[in-house]
Design a protein. Structure first.
Length: 501
């Protein structure tokens, strides 16, 4: 098990001036969490040496029952900070983060929350898992209040919220809800998001550049996507043909490094962008240089040609469907084949944790209902399909958090394509903050004791000197602590302790 700390969470807010407050009155009578204590975890050669708990937290009403798994720090849990982690999706379980990305934990108490209802072991009593950014935030906030009732020792403990992927929406919106409700419960010290979705527009446009710069487009893709090759009209090398098609159809007279491709609603431009999307077929979208688990199916030459049988058994990861949602050809394909649109290319193998978490003895150990709940899945199609996306750009939310003097870290594995590092950099630069430290390498100590380059970083700041860290993790994909655990541990330690690289 890795000794990497990370946290991924979800959070939401109303964008109209950020003025709503929860009027509920809370009391913190000491209540026991002993009923949720996990005393035996099946399948381990030896049981864990630190305390951990699993059970349910109530959302905004009794209808919403959110499953949590809480692990105390190995060292000094009575003094260690509290960290909340939620994976993204929307609709993916934070237990994926726990079991495949990070843990156990040396210096932080970490709470994993499966949210929204319908994800993992979490459920709605009425069976309705329809939700949106704001309702998800509200339920997560109330779940945290309930957590403090179960574990009152953590009231006002240093508290950090971390997230991954769609948690680029979850985390800042939840943080704002906490900041706007003066319950005197949370001592929020910072938020951090890995490969977060912070702006659909910047994520989509930067991905076009990323795909070209990494040599993923070719003349065949143009012929497949547009019906003819640009080489018939312009003298260009074949490997650059799709890129030139993109520039000709979408950019006009704009400089090619300034073009915002998704701004052009012309049919020829949108069709070419759809061809670029197809160029990702068979490539691991979460890590460009990682293998596809099980190999690439024979019929998946393009996303559009993939059949349901071809994709059978593929891990259901909705991040791929977050890309180019406004492209007319992507929308048409999504409408015609919704069952395929919800499946990413066959590169993620979640079979081991799915099998483990569906064992009856494991469900009993984690105090999960054996009869009421369906099988545990890494990502819920029902939640993803019925999820309302309220926010397409989170600039106002992040700026408001910084105004409240809460530090932020946006970090990114630099070979992820679901939420790529370049789009996150563009987002940071768009916020209009002051340069505190220009871009440079950051170093970490590897397992052999040598210093290695972890990636690059820069620090921006508000006029009041509240900092935003932008950090890349060299050679990592979407799941940073899984790909680069030692570097990730160093990065997170620096942020939580407030020590710059």
């Amino acid at each position: 098990m890795r000794i990497v700390l990370l946290v991924f969470l979800s959070a939401i807010i109303n964008c109209d001036g950020f003025h709503w407050r929860d009027k509920t009155s809370y009391s913190f009578e000491k209540t026991s969490a002993d009923a949720d204590r996990v005393t035996f975890l099946p399948g381990l050669s030896r049981q864990l040496s630190f305390a951990h708990f699993s059970g349910y937290l109530k959302g905004s009403t009794e209808n919403f029952q959110l499953h949590y798994w809480f692990l105390e720090a190995i060292e000094k849990p009575d003094q260690a900070p509290l960290v909340l982690w939620l994976n993204g999706g929307p609709g993916c379980s934070s237990l994926g983060g726990l079991l495949t990305e990070n843990g156990p934990f040396t210096f932080a108490n970490v709470l994993y929350l499966e949210a929204p209802a319908g994800v993992g072991y979490s459920y709605a009593k009425d069976g309705n898992v329809t939700t949106d950014d704001d309702l998800t935030s509200l339920n997560n906030y109330h779940a945290l209040i309930h957590f403090m009732e179960k574990f009152p020792a953590y009231k006002n403990r240093d508290f950090f919220i971390f997230g991954e992927s769609y948690a680029g929406v979850y985390v800042p919106t939840l943080a704002l809800r906490i900041l706007q409700n003066s319950s005197g419960v949370f001592n929020l010290k910072g938020i951090a998001i890995g490969n977060g979705l912070t702006s659909y527009k910047l994520n989509d446009n930067s991905l076009i550049y990323f795909i070209n710069y990494h040599g993923l487009v070719d003349e065949r893709a143009v012929s497949t996507g547009t019906g003819y090759a640009i080489a018939d009209r312009v003298s260009v090398s074949p490997q650059n043909s799709l890129w030139n098609e993109v520039l000709n159809n979408c950019c006009g007279s704009q400089c090619d490094n300034k073009c915002m491709f998704t701004d052009d609603q012309d049919t020829s431009c949108q069709k070419t962008i759809d061809s670029v999307r197809s160029a990702l077929s068979g490539v691991n979208i979460y890590n460009l240089y990682a293998k596809c688990a099980g190999g690439v199916p024979k019929k998946s030459a393009t996303i559009h040609s993939a059949s349901e049988e071809t994709l059978k058994g593929v891990a259901k990861r909705p991040e791929f469907a977050n890309l180019f949602r406004k492209n007319v050809f992507v929308r048409d394909f999504s409408s015609a084949y919704p069952e395929l649109n919800r499946l990413v290319v066959p590169c993620v193998d979640d079979s081991r944790i799915v099998s483990y978490l569906n064992l009856p003895e494991v469900r009993r150990a984690l105090h999960v209902n054996l009869d009421f709940l369906p099988e545990w899945e890494l990502c819920s199609e029902a939640v993803f399909t019925n999820y309302g996306r309220t926010y397409e750009d989170l600039s106002n939310q992040y700026l408001h958090i910084l105004e409240q003097k809460i530090p932020v870290m946006l970090f990114a594995g630099d070979v992820d394509m679901a939420c790529n590092y370049l789009g996150i950099l563009w987002f940071v630069d768009s916020l209009g903050l002051q340069m505190r430290k220009p871009m440079e390498h950051w170093l970490f100590e590897d397992t052999d004791g040598t210093k290695q380059v972890g990636g690059v970083y820069k620090i921006m700041a508000t006029a009041e000197n509240t900092t935003l860290w932008y950090v890349t993790v060299r050679g990592s994909g979407h799941m940073v602590p899984e790909d680069k655990p030692v570097a990730a541990y160093s990065m997170i330690t620096h942020f939580i302790t407030g020590k710059e690289f």
